[in-house]
Design a protein around this ligand. Structure first.
Ligand SMILES: Cc1cc2nc3c(=O)[nH]c(=O)nc-3n(C[C@H](O)[C@H](O)[C@H](O)COP(=O)(O)O)c2cc1C
Length: 406
C-alpha cells in the first residue's frame, strides 16, 4: 500500500528510521516526507536509502508531478512520527507551507500521529487544544508514552516505540475502519485468452485497470478482496500485490475464471465482475501449431460460446449477496449506452450493471473512463467520469449505499 511517513524535527526522528524499515519490509510503497527541521536530525540520504523512494521537503521540487497534492491523494495512510508540537499546531491550523502540510490537507486517507516532546510542551493548553482539534477531525494519536526524554528528563511526552507505531499502522492497513470493514468481495479484472493452438490465442484489449481499481477502492474501505486477475497490462497489479487486504488469483481463460469464481464468489458479500471475458473460444483447440504450409485457402475457425459467468453467478446469488456486472459497449446508431446497459443487466440478472463505452480510442488502455451504473429498476443510479481510480471509487460508494439501503 502507499504509505506516507511524515517526520518532524525531534530527536526521536532517528527512531522513525526503524518504522520506515518495518513498513518497507512489509512490502509497502513508503514515501518519507520530512520537515526541514527533521533533516537536521536525520538526513535525506538515510530516508531515501531506507524507503527506496525520493525524498523532498519542499513543494517547489518536482513541480511537474504536483507532489504537494499527489502524495496525499495517493496515500492509503499517513503517519507522522515523531510529531513535534510545532507541526501539530500547523496541522491543527491547516498551514501548508511545506510538503508535509500540503500532503496532510490533500489526503483523505487515515492520518495517525505519534507526538514526541517534553512533558511541559505536551501538557501546555495550546498543544492540548491542538490535539482536541486534530482528534475531532479524525486524526488518531499513538501515544505519547511516559519515559526518558531528551536531556535526562522523564515524564509523558516520549514517542511510542516504532514497533508499537508499526503495529497500529499495520492494523489500520489490514482492517481499516471503513464502511466495508468485515465484508468479503470477489472482483475480477483483465482479459481472458482463449487458446487456438499452443502459441496463439483469441484475446482482447482490456488492461485490467478499472477492475483492479475497484478491488483497491473496496480494500481501502476495509473489505477483504479476492481479485481474479486475467491478462492485464504491465504494472497494473503492482498496488494490489502490496495490499494486504487483496488476495490475487491469476486466471487465463473463461473456464479458469468460471472455476475460480465458483470457488470464491459464494462466500462473498459483493461480487464485481469487471473482467473482459471472451464470448467465444475455439470449438477445438489444435494440439499442433496451425500453419499455412502448402495451403492457399483462407483458414476457417469454428468458435463455440464460452460460459456466461455473470449470469451464472447472478442465478446462484447467495442471500444478501450483491452481484455487479460490467459491460464494455459500442452502441450502434440510434442506441444509447444506458439502453444497452439496461438490456444487458436484465439479460444477466445482475443487481447493478456498470457500462462504459469502448471503441478504437476509448475505454481500454487509457487511465480514464466514463461509467454509467443502472440498477434492477432500470434507473441510472450513478454516472462517473475521470481517472479509473475515481470511477472505481464512485462505483464502490454506490455499491455500499445499495447494500446499506437493503
Ligand atoms: C535537540 C532538539 C530536540 C528537539 N526535540 C523536540 C521534540 O522532541 N519535540 C518538539 O516538539 N520539538 C523539539 N524540538 C524543537 C523543534 O525542532 C522545533 O520546534 C522545530 O521548529 C520543529 O519544526 P518542525 O515541526 O517543522 O519539524 C527540538 C529541538 C532540538 C534542537
Amino acid at each position: 500500500m502507499f504509505v506516507v511517513v511524515g517526520v518532524t524535527g525531534g530527536i526521536a526522528a532517528y527512531k522513525a528510521v526503524s518504522l520506515v524499515r518495518l513498513l518497507v519490509k512489509d512490502g509497502h510503497d513508503v514515501h518519507v516526507v520530512p520537515t526541514d527541521d527533521a533533516l537536521r536530525f536525520v538526513g535525506t540520504p538515510t530516508w531515501e536509502a531506507i524507503s527506496r523512494n525520493p525524498v523532498t521537503t519542499s513543494v517547489h521540487d518536482d513541480v511537474a508531478q504536483v507532489r504537494h497534492v499527489a502524495l496525499g491523494q495517493r496515500a492509503d495512510l499517513v503517519v507522522v512520527a515523531p510529531a513535534t508540537a510545532n507541526t501539530m499546531a500547523k496541522m491543527a491550523a491547516g498551514l501548508a507551507d511545506d510538503l508535509l502540510g500540503t500532503t496532510f490537507l490533500a489526503t483523505r486517507a487515515p492520518v495517525l500521529i505519534a507526538p514526541a516532546m517534553h512533558t511541559e510542551m505536551w501538557a501546555h493548553p495550546a498543544t492540548q487544544a491542538n490535539v482536541d482539534v486534530l482528534t475531532s477531525r479524525g486524526v488518531r494519536m499513538i501515544g505519547p508514552v511516559s519515559g526518558a526524554l531528551t536531556g535526562g528528563d522523564e515524564g509523558q511526552g516520549r514517542m511510542a516505540e516504532p514497533e508499537r507505531i508499526h503495529e497500529v499502522v499495520d492494523r489500520e492497513l489490514r482492517h481499516g475502519s471503513g464502511e466495508a470493514a468485515g465484508q468479503a468481495w470477489f472482483v475480477s479484472a483483465g482479459g481472458t485468452h482463449e487458446p487456438l493452438d499452443p502459441v496463439r490465442f483469441l484475446g482482447n484489449r482490456s488492461s485490467g485497470r478499472q477492475g483492479v481499481e475497484v478491488a483497491l477502492a473496496a480494500a481501502r474501505c476495509g473489505a477483504e478482496v479476492v481479485l481474479a486477475a486475467g491478462h492485464v497490462a504491465h504494472g497494473v497489479l503492482d498496488a494490489a500485490e502490496r495490499d494486504p487486504r487483496i488476495r490475487i488469483v491469476r486466471v487465463s481463460t473463461a473456464d479458469d475464471l468460471e472455476r475460480v469464481a465458483g470457488e470464491h464468489a459464494p462466500s462473498a458479500d459483493v461480487v464485481v465482475m469487471a473482467a473482459a471475458v471472451a464470448d467465444y473460444r475455439a470449438a477445438e483447440v489444435s494440439d499442433a501449431k496451425i500453419t499455412k504450409d502448402g495451403a492457399d485457402a483462407p483458414l476457417r475457425l469454428e468458435l463455440a460460446q464460452t460460459p456466461d459467468i455473470l449470469a451464472g453467478l447472478a442465478a446462484r446469488r447467495q442471500p444478501g449477496q450483491l452481484v455487479v456486472g460490467f459491460a464494455a459497449e459500442t452502441p450502434g446508431p440510434g442506441e444509447t449506452l444506458v439502453e444497452r446497459a439496461i438490456a444487458k443487466r436484465r439479460r444477466k440478472g445482475a443487481d447493478l450493471l456498470a457500462a462504459n463505452e469502448v471503441g478504437w480510442d476509448r475505454g481500454f488502455e487509457g487511465g480514464e473512463n466514463h461509467l454509467v451504473v443502472v440498477d434492477a429498476r432500470d434507473r441510472v443510479v450513478e454516472e462517473a467520469e475521470g481517472a479509473k481510480r475515481e470511477t472505481a471509487e464512485a462505483l464502490v460508494r454506490r455499491i455500499l449505499a445499495v447494500r446499506a439501503a437493503r
